[in-house]
Design a binder for this molecule. Structure first.
Ligand code: SF4
Length: 314
């Protein structure tokens, strides 16, 4: 029987918000998403970690809206929960057609960005591609505000999990992302991802990821204790063998430019302290984003060449 992605949206409890709203009729859940394929961009992306972007690129599907409300969101043009700022509603056929067009350029990886509130639609896309005999490496690029139960339904479908671990401090997660239980929820979610995929990132002969977990952490200015504790929790409660991607690209967007703490970029001293802690914890697998990245990495979904931005990892 074909997969009916609408069933799980009738009484939506996909993510930890557990709104129990009928997304077939309305957009009144926390994420303000409905049952459509509301997507900000489907494009080639060359700026992910080297194992993901590879020599060519990854095909990324950027879902609109979000189940977090990060005041500093770098993808704010499509994630803000005002109705349809930029998200474009595709049909399933149009999404699949656009993806296959990009995969036909020789691209092997397909990333879903901010999929937590669009998991049924994401599954429908994957099944439709599989029906056409397409089996790209599927990357689940998430903020980690995911329910373990929902993640279990993805076992066998996702090849590479790419979770953020944003906060170890619930006061910060409440203040900046409206989710005081984020640290606990995200840690459980990441443990489930590691249970499914293990701690080894499997690469093919060209160095492209085929299976595994890469945990991202974005350093916030003035909050390196949050970063250090987040890395400690990963090392002690998940594993020191897992791949980490430490990101320094934070840049204050207009909403927070005057904020006393996060109204600036991360200093070299802050960055160096977090890197030193990462090394002392034995977290040697992964990538460090160059400190200067904030000077040139600014996603812009209004640009016609929105697929061309990059942010480097070393
Ligand atoms: S996916 Fe959206 S509507 Fe569903 S529980 Fe989460 S925030 Fe609420």
């Amino acid at each position: 029987m074909p997969y009916d992605y609408l069933i799980e949206l009738e009484n939506c409890a996909l993510c930890p918000r557990e709104c129990h709203v009928n997304r077939l009729k309305e957009r009144n859940g926390y994420c303000e998403a409905d049952c459509s394929f509301d997507i900000g961009a489907i494009c080639k992306h060359t700026g992910e970690e080297p194992a993901l972007s590879g020599e060519k690129a990854i095909c990324n599907v950027f879902f609109a809206h979000c189940n977090l409300r990060c005041s500093y969101c770098q993808n704010y043009q499509i994630s803000r929960n005002k109705k349809k700022i930029i998200g474009r509603e595709y049909t399933l056929n149009a999404v699949v057609s656009k993806i296959t067009e990009i995969l036909d350029e020789g691209i092997d990886l397909l990333g879903f960005v901010s999929p937590s509130h669009f998991i049924p639609q994401m599954k429908a896309i994957i099944y439709a591609l599989n029906e056409q005999g397409r089996r790209p490496v599927i990357v689940y690029n998430t903020n980690s505000y995911d329910k373990v139960e929902t993640l279990k339904s993805l076992e066998g479908l996702i090849d590479v999990y790419l979770p953020d671990f944003k906060y170890s401090n619930s006061k910060l997660s409440k203040e900046f992302s409206d989710a005081d239980n984020y640290p606990e929820i995200a840690l459980k979610a990441i443990k489930e991802m590691v249970r499914q995929k293990g701690t080894t990132l499997k690469l093919n002969e060209r160095g492209q990821a085929e299976s595994g977990v890469i945990i991202r952490h974005l350093i916030l200015p003035n909050y390196i204790r949050n970063s250090i504790e987040a890395l400690r929790q990963i090392a002690h409660e998940v594993s020191s063998l897992v791949h980490i991607s430490l990101m320094s690209q934070y840049y204050p967007l207009p909403d927070v430019i005057n904020h006393p703490q996060i109204g600036r970029t991360v200093t070299k001293d802050e960055y160096d302290k977090v890197v030193a802690e990462m090394q002392s914890l034995g977290l040697f697998r992964g990538w460090l984003q160059e400190h200067e990245s904030n000077e040139y990495f600014r996603p812009d979904f209004f640009r016609s060449d929105a697929d061309s931005y990059q942010h480097p990892f070393s």
